[in-house]
Every structure is written in structure tokens, then in C-alpha cells.
Design a protein around this ligand. Structure first.
Ligand SMILES: Cc1cc2nc3c(=O)[nH]c(=O)nc-3n(C[C@H](O)[C@H](O)[C@H](O)COP(=O)(O)OP(=O)(O)OC[C@H]3O[C@@H](n4cnc5c(N)ncnc54)[C@H](O)[C@@H]3O)c2cc1C
Length: 504
């Protein structure tokens, strides 16, 4: 027997939790939230520092790109949260709205900076972002780079450094599942199903009527279906449902419901490249000196919600320019006071610190395609990094400036650069080669169901009834900083607008 609700929200991530809350608040019927992954009830999710063990776990979709010619033929990791809270349950919780001008640049009615700012206020009333009360001394040092006084978080609007704001509460992660989904469940109108991976949407006379799960179950929707499965899965679900580029779908044997070539296109992310420093007296790391502190840290967290386990790892950062002129910064820096990610491993013996620089507004675009109509097969992801030569040039300049910044920041304990190492020097061509050979991303994919191409300003899928997309995939252009807060804003405002459109 099919389950039946008024609305079905697919994906309980940052945006999906907010959208489900908005639909429940509007009191226009019952809402099912279908989440492929498990619950978020795990200490690694709640304890901020433990996020380093969530990547590559069963709570990560563990996607990777196809070999990308423009990035030296490499395949790059595309981690995505797979549980209640979505990527917001494995992320570093760095909190940024972006610049108002980022939203103006979308050129979509109802989504200008002035219009979305009010919704951000509402999102922040629930997520309560704040700077960490006790960051690592190295983060406090870094926060005084670029002439900043270290007292305020950095801003994407002008050159600045600082300790980041993050969405923690009382020393633990406070995700959209905490701030939106669980309060929505108390209305009695929201039912959450975990372990419910959606294969496709089915239609009756152009109206989205049900979702089919990978395990064969069917969930019916009387009023409509909201896809919030994120920038990788929402377009994949649309394609498996017959919505996308007709010829591509036919090749895979998928019956075309609606030829919509924009689905899966316009994929982009913040490309990033990093520098490792290592040596004694560095940041959080594994060393004889730090063993007593690590030993005490679980007790400190459990009893006092204090200490190193409350670190969100990516504690501080900066924004700076690399070209002439007085426009907004083109680059963002993330600073990690720990020896982390060395040779791809979460933890290694030794101490150090790390920083990377990413492009705030890359121009390169990639695309996502299905390899099979089977929902268990992940899509082919091509982030298209550095297809535009100007991105490579600008990130190489950003990398040059980052390495100078690391040499000049007022660290009380300065460590030598371990990778790529001083021998690399300042030559732009050599730096470009290093970027091509080692860059990844900030894990912020967006744009694959872009407003204006795939969905309209009300987030409704073009040409179909009762089907919307509300998540990071609808951003026509990426915002200038981290994308979690904008994704929640999209879920919150999108959910309110879907509910308003549904009211008689
Ligand atoms: C490791 C990492 C670190 C990050 N750090 C930061 C940071 O510090 N600050 C920041 O602002 N941003 C950060 N981000 C990015 C940010 O978390 C995302 O931009 C944001 O969570 C996107 O929200 P979303 O709702 O679009 O997708 P998601 O939050 O990814 O939610 C999608 C949900 O849909 C579910 N789903 C997918 N497919 C299906 C299906 N077929 N059926 C049912 N359910 C499905 C997923 O399991 C997931 O729960 C980070 C991301 C990662 C991965």
C-alpha cells in the first residue's frame, strides 16, 4: 500500500529541513521528508572536531569527479552528507550569508540581496551563528593578518581576516536538522523517513504525483513534491524522472517527460588550493606533547562542552584581492590550526597548520550526467575546474598571495612550509602548474537546477505542475563565501513561497 501525504520533501539536508519546516508552519497539510541516509544521532556528528572522521564514512555519499583534463586529468573528491542534516551534518559550520550583490547578480525576481536579507535574519535566529569563544592561539594570530584587529569575523565585502562565525550551540553542532526539522516534527504534521532513497518522480497528466524509492516503495503526494537532494542528486533525480536533455535521456532508455536541457548544466564550486606547514609546537595534532590534552578532551567535552573537541577545525580565515582595482575580494582563505589532510589522511603523526585559498566567483562551469538509470549508480560529475583560463590565473595569484600571507601573519609560533615547499617560488607559470596538479574545491557544488533555466523564481520546475527544487542546485551563480547559510535561506524562503502559491 502506498504512503500518502500532501507534500513530499526529498532530502533532509540544509535546505530540505528548512523547506519542510516552512511547509509545516503554513499548516496546509501533511509533509513527508524522505532521507536516503540514516539519522544524525552519532557522536561524530554532534562533537564539532569529530567532523574529520565523517568524510569517507557511511554518512558521506563519497562521490568523486570524472578525470578532469582541465585539472591535470585528476579525479577530485566530492563529499556530500548522507543523513539527517545532509552536508550540514558533516561540514565545518563556517557561517556566511555571502554578499548582497551575489543575490542581485542572480537577477531573479524576489531573490535580490535586499529581499533575501530579511530571511537570513530569520535563519540566523534559529541557527544562532557566533564566533568560537576559545579558538586555537594560531587562529587568533591568523585573525590579525591583513591589518585586521582580530576582533571581528572577516567579511567577503572587503579585505579582512578574522575568526569565523559558526553554527554551533553550547559547544556542539547545531544543524538544520536541529534548528528546523525537529521543531517541525513537533507540529505533528511532519513525518521523517530515513533509509528512503528516492529513485524518481512519477507524473499523472503533467502533475507530479508520487516518488518511487530505490527499494520499490512508492510515496504519493496530493499537493506536490519538493526536491532538496542537493546539487548532485536533485538533477540526477530529475533526469531519472525523464526531465533533462532529451537525447541524453533517450540514450539511457529513460522515457522523456520534459525536454529541459539545463538540468545538470552550470555545475560549479569554489576551486581551492592549499599549503601545509609542519613542525613542533603547531596546532592540534598527534604528538607526545599533546597526548594528555587529547586524553582529557572527551571528558572536557562531555562534562563542560569545552576544549579542543569544540573546535570546528576551519576556525579562521580571510578575504583578499589579487588584481588591481577596488572591487570586492576575489579570494577567500580558510585557516585550519591543525595538521590535517596531509596526503589525504584525516590524521597523521605530528603538528602543524594548514590554509587554503579559493576563488569567490569562478567563471568555469561543468556538468553532471547520468551513467545509468539505476539510482545506485552515482552520476558522472565534471566540475569543469579551470576551463576558463582566467580562473587558473587568478587562483595561482591567490596562492602566491596566500603563501606570502602565511609568511607574514603574526604567528607567535611560525612553522616552515612543508608542502608545496619554498622551492616552488613565486613564478606564476609554476604556480599555475601546482594549482592544476593539486587543487580541489571547498565542497560547495551549486547551480545544476539553476533558477531561470530549470526552475522559475518560485522554484517550480519549468513546464510541470506540482514539482519544485529547493536547495543549493537552484543558485544561478555561487555566492562569494561558504554555501550552507544560503542553502538554508533557499529552503526557508522557497518553502514559504511554495506554501503561499499552494494556498487557495
Ligand atoms: C565536507 C564539507 C564541508 C563543508 N563546509 C562548509 C562550511 O563550513 N560552511 C558552509 O557554509 N558550507 C560548507 N559546506 C557546504 C554546505 O554544507 C552545503 O552547501 C549545503 O549543506 C548544501 O545544502 P543542500 O540542502 O543543497 O544539500 P545537502 O545538505 O547535501 O542535503 C541533501 C540531502 O538529500 C539527501 N539525498 C540525496 N539524494 C537523495 C535521494 N535520492 N533520496 C533521498 N534523499 C537524498 C542527502 O542524503 C542529504 O541529506 C561543506 C560541505 C561539505 C561536504
Amino acid at each position: 500500500m502506498a504512503l500518502e501525504f500532501d507534500f513530499v520533501v526529498v532530502g533532509a539536508g540544509s535546505a530540505g529541513c528548512a523547506a519542510a519546516w516552512a511547509l509545516a508552519e503554513a499548516n496546509i497539510g501533511t509533509v513527508a521528508v524522505l532521507e536516503a541516509g540514516p539519522s544524525d544521532a552519532h557522536p561524530f556528528v554532534k562533537v564539532p572536531f569529530a567532523l574529520i572522521w565523517l568524510m569517507n564514512s557511511r554518512r558521506d555519499w563519497r562521490r568523486k569527479t570524472v578525470p578532469m583534463q582541465s585539472a591535470g586529468g585528476r579525479q577530485i573528491k566530492v563529499p556530500r552528507g548522507r543523513m539527517l542534516g545532509g552536508s550540514g551534518s558533516i561540514n565545518s559550520m563556517v557561517w556566511f550569508r555571502g554578499r548582497r550583490a551575489d543575490f542581485d547578480a542572480w537577477e531573479m525576481p524576489g531573490w535580490s540581496g535586499a529581499e533575501v536579507w530579511e530571511t537570513f535574519e530569520a535563519v540566523e535566529a534559529r541557527l544562532t551563528p557566533a564566533t568560537h569563544p576559545d579558538p586555537h592561539a594560531l587562529s587568533r594570530d591568523f585573525a590579525r593578518a591583513l591589518g585586521s584587529n582580530g576582533a571581528a569575523p572577516p567579511r567577503p565585502d572587503f579585505e579582512s581576516a578574522g575568526v569565523f562565525e559558526s553554527n554551533m550551540r553550547g559547544g556542539r553542532r547545531w544543524s538544520a536538522a536541529d534548528a528546523y526539522l525537529r521543531p517541525a516534527q513537533t507540529t505533528g504534521r511532519v513525518e521523517v523517513l530515513t533509509g528512503a532513497q528516492v529513485d524518481r518522480v512519477a507524473f499523472e497528466e503533467g502533475q507530479a504525483r508520487s516518488v518511487h524509492l530505490a527499494d520499490g516503495r512508492v510515496v504519493r503526494a496530493r499537493a506536490g513534491i519538493v526536491l532538496s537532494a542537493g546539487a548532485i542528486e536533485s538533477p540526477a533525480i530529475l533526469m531519472r524522472s525523464g526531465i533533462g536533455q532529451g537525447a541524453h535521456l533517450q540514450d539511457l532508455g529513460v522515457e522523456v517527460q520534459h525536454d529541459l536541457p539545463g538540468v545538470g548544466q552550470n555545475l560549479h564550486d569554489h576551486p581551492a588550493v592549499g599549503v601545509h606547514h609542519a613542525g613542533p609546537r603547531g596546532g592540534y595534532g598527534l604528538s607526545w606533547r599533546q597526548l594528555p590534552a587529547w586524553g582529557l578532551s572527551p571528558v572536557n567535552w562531555l562534562l563542560r562542552r569545552k576544549g579542543r573537541l569544540t573546535s570546528n577545525v576551519v576556525e579562521a580565515g580571510a578575504f583578499f584581492r589579487v588584481s588591481e582595482g577596488d572591487g570586492p575580494p576575489e579570494c577567500q582563505v580558510h585557516f585550519i590550526p591543525a595538521k590535517l589532510g596531509w596526503q589525504g589522511r584525516a590524521t597523521t603523526w605530528g603538528e602543524g597548520y594548514y590554509a587554503d585559498v579559493c576563488l569567490c566567483r569562478p567563471l568555469s562551469r561543468g556538468a553532471l550526467r547520468l551513467v545509468s538509470s539505476d539510482p545506485r549508480a552515482g552520476p558522472a560529475i565534471d566540475l569543469g575546474l579551470f576551463r576558463e583560463e582566467s580562473d587558473l590565473d587568478m587562483l595561482a595569484r591567490g596562492f602566491r598571495r596566500l603563501r606570502h600571507l602565511m609568511a607574514e601573519a603574526p604567528f607567535s609560533e611560525r612553522l616552515p612550509e612543508m608542502y608545496p615547499g619554498a622551492a616552488l617560488g613565486d613564478d606564476l607559470e609554476a604556480l599555475k602548474a601546482q594549482v592544476r596538479a593539486s587543487a580541489g574545491t571547498a565542497y560547495h557544488p551549486v547551480g545544476t537546477c539553476a533558477m531561470g533555466e530549470v526552475v522559475d523564481a518560485g522554484l517550480k520546475v519549468a513546464g510541470l505542475q506540482g514539482l519544485w527544487v529547493a536547495d543549493a542546485s537552484v543558485m544561478p551563480k555561487i555566492t562569494s563565501a561558504n554555501t550552507n547559510a544560503p542553502s538554508m535561506m533557499i529552503g526557508h524562503l522557497g518553502g514559504e513561497r511554495i506554501a503561499a502559491a499552494h494556498r487557495p
